[in-house]
Design a protein around this ligand. Structure first.
Ligand code: AMP
Ligand code: GLY
Length: 472
């Protein structure tokens, strides 16, 4: 077997799923060089070399790559921050290692305003109505922000939208900066407070029409010449059961046996593919655009009475959504990476399985508890024991979990660990995932309704109602 060295820039459980898929290769003997935010126990075990870079600074990742340059064939970056800061450009120019992620120029995730403008230019119908509020437009000659003018313009926009809006920072905030009328605020003053906290925080703001419908996540790998879609997944963004509470990074996700979700029609998926293809063509131009290698289009869609609309475009794999896919990817992922780099990417195959990801998170995550001052020790051993019962139908991927000197693992502040259940039906996959989650010993909590029959039925019913409105 040929030796291959891979630099993996990691953040959370997502990287574990990717690391595992690389190591599964039957054609290559894979050596992983992992740049991580903390001593993630999974990554420490699987890596040949593991570096802790808490802020994932591009400079420090470059130094780590430089040190092992002779043993590394290519790199993959999962988290958005280094991608947006131009890790691909820096490592390729300074270290000479090819990276799988978009260049800084094509990291669309950096700006929601840029995304809305781009969509407006190529497939307007996939945009909600929106208004842009730029800080520079409200700066008086003395450099201070003119809050009176800002409030006047914002409230005029709210008149147009009948208050039914989503308020979003231009810059990414891991889904957490978004506020939605009726969910996160129910008066203009509350909305203003949210708006102004984003504005004062240094970001421009997008105010857009509140969309009603069901969400899905579209992910596709890209070699610069073509995009190759992966099966559709559904993320659970809200903190609490029943989709209540604040937006989080994602509390869990599911994938059905086939390519689409139970509430989708084949034509919904085709519409998504058409929309993404148009955006891709616009950025690619004629020929190949190597700046788009990686996953430049992980797109959150809302399926509405008026067709599929884009909520946002991300420039990297989804977390938890890629954990639904990597364990069942049939293709050799190292080969897939080489193909992305060479521009010869082909259609990808997954096992015909349903997969359910449930996250266990710290007590204070998502606003579940205001405070927790006890020990944050987490023991995954009972959950891992279930692998004897379930085999590969269960995967456990630690995220924001740290292995310390005392040999124990401790939860940090973000999502701690996810369990992926894999089965012939969503119900069985969910059972496996929850069985593992229940076996974790530690001060964590989780949503219980990820892929629950009740939640899925509600999605199906809601889409039926929306479609019947639009069919009339
Ligand atoms: P985003 O970071 O833009 O994906 O937004 C995070 C979450 O906020 C989404 O998953 C939706 O649940 C919600 N959201 C964002 N934009 C809208 C919108 N225009 N209408 C309704 N909900 C939205
Ligand atoms: N699942 C949300 C994200 O990865 O941004």
């Amino acid at each position: 077997m040929e030796d291959v060295g891979v630099l993996l820039v990691a953040y959370g459980s997502r990287a574990c799923a990717i690391a595992e898929a690389l190591k599964r290769s039957e054609e290559y003997n894979v050596h992983l060089f992992i740049a991580d935010r903390q001593r993630n126990p999974f990554n420490m075990k699987i890596a040949e070399k593991h570096a802790v870079i808490p802020d994932l600074s591009v400079e420090k990742i470059c130094e780590f790559a430089e040190k092992h340059r002779n043993d590394i064939d290519f790199g993959i970056c999962c988290p958005e921050k280094p991608i947006i800061e131009g890790i691909r450009d820096e490592i390729e120019a300074r270290v000479g290692i090819k990276m799988i992620c978009p260049t800084k120029e094509y990291a669309l995730e950096a700006s929601k305003i840029r995304q809305r403008m781009l969509i407006e230019a190529v497939c307007k119908d996939a945009n909600p109505e929106f208004r842009v509020f730029r800080r520079e437009d409200y700066r008086s000659s003395g450099g201070r922000l003119d809050f009176d003018a800002l409030k006047r313009d914002l409230f005029a926009a709210l008149d147009d939208f009948n208050d039914e809006v989503a308020v979003k920072p231009d810059r990414p905030a891991a889904g957490k900066g978004v506020g939605v009328w009726g969910d996160h605020f129910s008066s203009r003053e509350e909305l203003w407070e949210h708006f102004i906290s984003i504005f004062k925080g240094g970001s421009d703001v997008v105010v857009e029409e509140k969309l009603l419908g069901e969400e899905s996540s579209f992910q596709a790998f890209c070699d610069g010449s073509r995009i190759v879609p992966l099966p559709e997944t559904r993320d659970y963004k809200r903190a609490f059961d029943g989709d209540l509470g604040e937006n989080t990074g994602g509390m869990g996700s599911y994938k059905d046996k086939g390519e689409i979700l139970p509430f989708m029609r084949k034509s919904d998926r085709e519409a998504e593919e058409r929309i993404v293809e148009r955006i891709f063509k616009k950025l690619k131009g004629d020929g190949r655009n190597e700046g788009l290698i990686g996953m430049p289009f992980y797109v959150a869609f809302m399926h509405t009475a008026d067709g599929a609309k884009i909520l946002e475009i991300n420039s990297r794999p989804g977390d938890p959504e890629i954990q639904n896919i990597m364990p069942i990817l049939r293709d050799d992922f190292v080969e897939v990476c080489f193909r992305m780099l060479e521009g010869t990417l082909k259609r990808l195959e997954c096992d015909e399985k349903a997969t359910v990801v449930t996250y266990a998170v710290p007590l204070t995550y998502g606003g579940y508890r205001k405070k927790f001052s006890g020990s944050k020790r987490v023991d995954l051993s009972e959950a891992y024991k279930l692998r004897e019962k379930y085999g590969d139908a269960l995967r456990i991927y630690p995220g924001s979990l740290e292995l310390r000197e005392d040999g124990n693992t401790y939860a940090l502040s973000s999502r701690t660990v996810c369990a992926v259940g894999i089965a012939d039906s969503l119900e069985d996959a969910r059972k496996i995932s929850l069985d593992a989650i229940r076996s974790i010993d530690g001060p964590l909590w989780n949503r219980w309704d990820i892929a629950s029959p009740h939640h899925i039925q509600k999605s199906i019913q809601r889409m039926k109602e929306l479609r019947s409105k639009s069919d009339k």
